[in-house]
Ligand binder design. Structure first.
Ligand code: TRP
Length: 335
């Protein structure tokens, strides 16, 4: 708890550009949660270098991500929005937790297996211990809840195991975090292959709507979206995955149910429907673009936010880290 509020921690990697899927599935919910919880939203750049990055690109993407958090509606005075790499406690706690995590546990992580298959030429130790750094992120802030996608649940389960193990040896040090699955954020699929999730690392730029895409690009991508050879607008994931994905998107953007969407487009063709979906998304992202452009032009403001919030994050992180260091037997600091 911080004050009378429960603590929430989440983060996104600064790789790729955020997509409509990230917005409707995660960011939009983050904004809704920021009243109820004391929130820490990190740009997890330490995690990003488990895969090779171009330094200038990484720096730019990390700053864009931080600005997108704000442009999407997270108030940086209320939410602690910061770069993971600015708070060295993350690495220090990760090392300690490494010593409380078994090789066997990390070997079971499906994301490690997937990523090592994908990056066979660079299966580094960081990729292997990635989930321990994630545990450190969460436990440093004594987070009660962690909004994550299904693909991160295994890592959160491991975090709970590590925290429980540590607590059983040293007493109650860590809050055991719960996953926050919430009212299921919309699951948005690729526009080019609706059997795959829309992903910020997709190689085909037409597969994803990026939050920074302009109106024309958005509408063009929706026009090209893969559908099927029928012409009815009907929600049926098995038979009509492409159309169902468009219904899902339109529903998430307008707040309409699938039935309402079907009704609205009864007797209409795919062309009209795709245009309507594209326009609804462009309208949704319009204010975000305006805000993003303003923030991009205001270096001093963003720098101020970065400084203030990293100090705030560091304050809470250090509290936990000192407690842990004492528990495991490191000598006290002399002031
Ligand atoms: N591993 C997460 C992802 O790729 C990102 C992440 C890092 C995270 N640390 C976290 C998410 C802590 C939630 C909490 O999506």
């Amino acid at each position: 708890m911080i004050g009378d509020k429960k603590v929430l921690f989440s983060g996104m990697q600064a790789t790729g550009s955020l997509t409509l899927g990230n917005y409707l599935g995660a960011l939009k919910n983050w904004v809704a949660l920021s009243e109820e919880y004391e929130c820490f939203y990190s740009v997890v750049d330490l995690h990003s270098i488990t895969v090779r990055q171009d330094p200038a690109e990484l720096r730019k993407k990390a700053r864009n991500l931080l600005m997108l958090y704000i442009a999407a509606g997270l108030d940086p005075k209320k939410n602690c929005i910061y770069y993971q790499s600015h708070v060295s406690c993350h690495c220090e706690l990760a090392w300690i937790l490494d010593c409380f995590t078994y090789m066997g546990e990390l070997n079971r992580m499906t994301q490690f297996k997937d990523k090592s298959a994908k990056h066979a030429d660079n299966i580094n130790a960081g990729l292997f211990t990635y989930p321990v750094l994630m545990a450190a992120d969460i436990l440093l802030y004594q987070a009660d809840v962690v909004p994550v996608g299904k693909d991160q649940l295994q890592h959160l389960e491991l975090t709970r195991d590590i925290a429980g193990r540590f607590n059983s040896i040293y007493g109650d040090v860590f809050t055991i975090p719960e996953p926050y699955l919430g009212k299921a954020g919309a699951k948005i699929m690729s526009l080019q292959d609706p059997s795959k999730k829309m992903s910020k690392s997709d190689e085909n730029p037409n597969a994803s709507i990026y939050l920074t895409d302009d109106r024309d690009t958005i509408i063009r991508k929706f026009k090209r979206a893969v559908t099927d050879s029928e012409s009815s607008i009907r929600y049926d994931v098995d038979q009509k995955p492409g159309v169902s994905n468009l219904i899902e998107i339109y529903g998430a953007v307008t707040g309409k149910s699938f039935e309402e969407v079907e009704k609205e487009f009864e007797g209409k063709g795919y062309g009209d429907f795709k245009l309507a979906v594209g326009e609804s998304v462009a309208d949704l992202l319009d204010p975000l673009h305006t805000r993003f452009a303003e923030l991009s032009g205001d270096k001093a403001y963003i720098d101020g936010i970065i400084k203030e919030n990293s100090e705030k994050a560091e304050y809470y992180a250090t509290k936990t880290l000192r407690k842990v260091q004492k528990k495991v037997g490191f000598p006290e600091r002399i002031r």
